[in-house]
Design a protein around this ligand. Structure first.
Ligand code: NDP
Length: 246
């Protein structure tokens, strides 16, 4: 994984699950990881763990639904390291429910975190990456960004949007400014994501989902692969799910 060494890699949603596993793996490969999320104490503990193991990590508290926070996060990374090579837009929530439950506040939160959060991340790093004529934006979508099931409509819509935005970015930027764009679409993964569910119907399905889920390390490995490919190779999308997931 030579291409990861010394890359400055900003990861949102690094306080648990996929973001945490990704931060640890990329730091093991020599990446300089900049960790972001809202739970500062989690970020602090993870940063200390990575640094103790000989990796290089710093953290900055940021809410992805605030464009000002995302701007400050990018500025923080620039002050620390003078550049940003990779942004992993990973933060997300999944308070799924049937539309008829009218959980309008959950719909709004999913749109704010899952779609606007990704856009604010892109806005925070794109001008600088264009100046560098290099960079890599990795957006975490989902298998639910390919298929819809009862209760998933708004979450799926948000992840379809993530895929559309990432592909649009690729078409606009890869040929001219050499900025790579990657969609990572995981299936069921062990994490704290089910804690964001508010619907009792969906909460009742949590047990079987947890039994099937794969380790977040599998997603971390997919992200590492996309970064590690030579600059002239763009890994456009990786879909991965537990073998037993329908
Ligand atoms: P977790 O709940 O474990 O992690 C979600 C992360 O997002 C946390 O670090 C959380 O940090 C952060 N986050 C949530 N809201 C905000 C916010 N407003 N601002 C900043 N950070 C925020 O779940 P996962 O690791 O599973 O989720 C990571 C990504 O993977 C998400 O985009 C999810 O949709 C996607 N995914 C997950 C799947 C799964 O089965 N687990 C399957 C497919 C896709 P904090 O609360 O500290 O801010």
């Amino acid at each position: 994984m030579d291409q990861i060494k010394d890359k400055v890699i900003l990861i949102t949603g690094a306080s648990s699950g996929i973001g945490e596993a990704t931060a640890k793996l990329l730091a093991q490969y020599g990446g300089k990881v900049v960790l972001a999320a809202r739970r500062e104490e989690r970020l602090q503990a993870l940063t200390a763990e990575i640094n103790q193991l000989g990796g290089e990590a710093v953290f900055h508290k940021a809410d992805v639904t605030s464009s000002a926070d995302m701007e400050k996060l990018a500025q923080f990374a620039l002050q620390q390291y003078g550049r940003i090579d990779v942004l992993v837009n990973n933060a997300g929530i999944m308070p799924v429910s049937r539309l008829s439950e009218l959980r309008v506040a959950d719909w709004e939160r999913m749109i704010d975190v899952n779609i606007k959060g990704v856009l604010y991340g892109i806005a925070a790093v794109l001008p600088m990456m264009k100046q560098q004529q290099a960079g890599h934006i990795i957006n975490v979508a989902s298998v639910a960004g390919h298929e819809i099931s009862p209760t998933s409509s708004v979450y799926s819509a948000s992840k379809f949007a993530v895929r559309a935005i990432t592909e649009g970015l690729r078409q606009e930027e890869s040929p001219s400014s050499r900025i790579r764009s990657t969609i990572i679409s995981p299936g069921m993964t062990e994490s704290e994501l089910l804690n964001t569910v508010t619907s009792p119907e969906v909460q009742a399905m949590a047990g079987p989902i947890k039994q099937l889920a794969m380790s977040p390390n599998a997603i971390a490995r997919a992200i590492a692969y996309a970064i590690n490919e030579p600059e002239e190779i763009g890994v456009n999308e990786i879909i991965l799910r537990p073998t037993a997931q329908p």
